[in-house]
Design a protein around this ligand. Structure first.
Ligand SMILES: [Zn+2]
Length: 447
């Protein structure tokens, strides 16, 4: 992190903002619902959105959202306070708004807000149509009149959710086996963390949501924190965080801490690429061919679905600070308009608009780390490109990947991407190229 602005009056503001942002975690950690007589975190409860019983899914969707709605206003007010303090901080440093200030403060010199807008447009034009195809197929397979928001997680073929592992220990051992197959060094990294007890993997009551890898500079052996409940998503999170961990091992001996801490465009490239590369070795999680195929299909579809969500959250944040005196109503309307822009028009929210308009409230970045989100989308595009390389020439792709990771943050983002054998590019032409590749891969899985 690079704080080039040290106006004295901003110092107490930093403290205040840190304290306020933490409130989001406090509010979220207390959100519980009762399902089948058991108290569950919203993360645990959301597992039931995969239930093949449509009535049950609807009930769970309503339960989760009703619980979220209890804190809707307090989360809106919390965001008001954060926006106002952040704007003050920016004005003290002679910036027109917090977005412009933040781009400088983050050291985001490799791209501009206009590049972000290009990203938004490319996703809308090239990715959303692919998702529309997926939604059409889902609707047909489910045999429903209209797709409702609770129809989006269930397996459209009516199968029970995939169960890639049973408990934290099993998850860990399978991740190690998977990494061993890609490159033995990757497996060794996770084994070392296991030996040192640097893993907290399973969801439990009162545990803060989320998943992350935390580098520990003293020993050079990082820590992984997550909330696994037994789903494919958790296995993906584990390999994702494993990718971060490998990155951390590769850079641990660098002289300066600032070289080790890469911006997310690079950090997430390491982790998201690992998600996709590891798919080829998911036999460890799925013994039979059809589950393995299904898992990859779900993963692809998840990857595609992430991209518009990232664009939505990013566009929303630009708007929040360009129009910082907005009312709650205007904020909600803006989100609904954004949801339309990146939506397929195939999911019917009638009667649930009250939930849709604040769907952004579950995105902790908006509260805790503003403007740190589009990097996920950029890195996701990069990861697709690395995975395409891996499909063409695995050894070369991994050599390039390793070389890029070992650079830490000693080069620009563009140079690091180039070393990884890919481009740092958000043009519609490039995104179309990647989208076509994913489309072909998806078609292969259907045959
Ligand atoms: Zn990550």
């Amino acid at each position: 992190m690079l704080f080039i602005f040290t106006e004295k009056k901003n110092i107490p503001l930093f403290t205040e903002l840190t304290n306020k942002a933490q409130k989001f975690g406090e509010i979220s950690a207390q959100m519980m619902v009762q399902i089948d007589g058991k108290d569950q975190t919203l993360q645990q409860a959301s597992v039931h959105l995969k239930s093949i019983d449509r009535d049950k899914r609807k009930a769970v969707f309503e339960l989760i959202n009703a619980r979220r709605t209890e804190d809707q206003t307090s989360l809106d007010i919390l965001l008001d306070e954060l926006i106002s303090k952040r704007q003050e901080l920016a004005r003290n440093a002679n910036f027109e708004n917090f977005r412009d200030y933040k781009f400088q403060a983050m050291g985001r010199f490799d791209y501009t807000k206009e590049d972000c807008f290009d990203f938004h447009t490319s996703i809308e034009k090239e990715i959303v149509p692919l998702i529309a195809d997926i939604h059409k197929e889902r609707k047909k397979l489910l045999g429903v009149e209209v797709l409702k928001p609770w129809d989006m997680q269930v397996d459209p073929n009516g199968n029970e959710p995939l169960k890639p592992f049973d408990g934290g220990e099993d998850l860990l051992d399978k991740c190690i086996a998977c990494f061993d197959q890609i490159r033995p060094y990757y497996g060794d990294c996770i084994r070392k963390m296991k030996a040192m007890g640097h893993l907290d993997l399973v969801s439990r009551k009162g545990k803060a949501p989320g998943g992350f890898m935390y580098p520990l500079y003293e020993t050079g052996v990082p820590f992984i924190y997550m909330n696994a409940v037994g789903l494919l998503r958790d296995a993906v999170t584990m390999v994702h965080e494993g990718g971060h961990a490998i990155h951390s091992f590769y850079t641990k001996d660098m002289e300066l801490t600032s070289f080790k801490s890469t911006p997310s465009e690079v950090a997430e490239l390491a982790s998201m690429s690992m998600e996709l590369i590891s798919m080829e070795h998911w036999h460890v999680f799925f013994k039979d061919e059809s589950s393995w195929k299904r898992a990859r299909k779900e993963q692809f579809q998840g990857v595609l679905a992430t991209l518009p969500w990232v664009a939505m959250v990013d566009e929303f944040q630009h708007w929040l600070y360009e129009n910082s005196t907005h009312t709650h109503q205007e904020r909600h309307n803006k989100w609904v308009a954004i949801s339309k822009r990146y939506g397929t028009g195939l999911v019917d929210w009638t009667s649930y608009e009250k939930y849709q308009k604040t769907a952004w409230q579950r995105q902790l970045h908006i509260y805790e780390v503003p403007f740190y989100y589009i990097e996920y989308g950029m890195a996701q595009l990069g990861a697709i490109a690395i995975w395409r390389n891996y499909k063409q020439n695995p050894e070369k792709a991994l050599d390039d990947y390793d070389r890029a990771l070992k650079l830490g943050y000693t080069k620009t983002i563009g140079e690091i991407y180039e070393t990884a054998g890919i481009k740092f590019d958000f043009s519609a032409a490039y995104v179309k190229d990647l989208a076509n590749f994913v489309k072909c891969e998806l078609e292969l899985l259907d045959n």
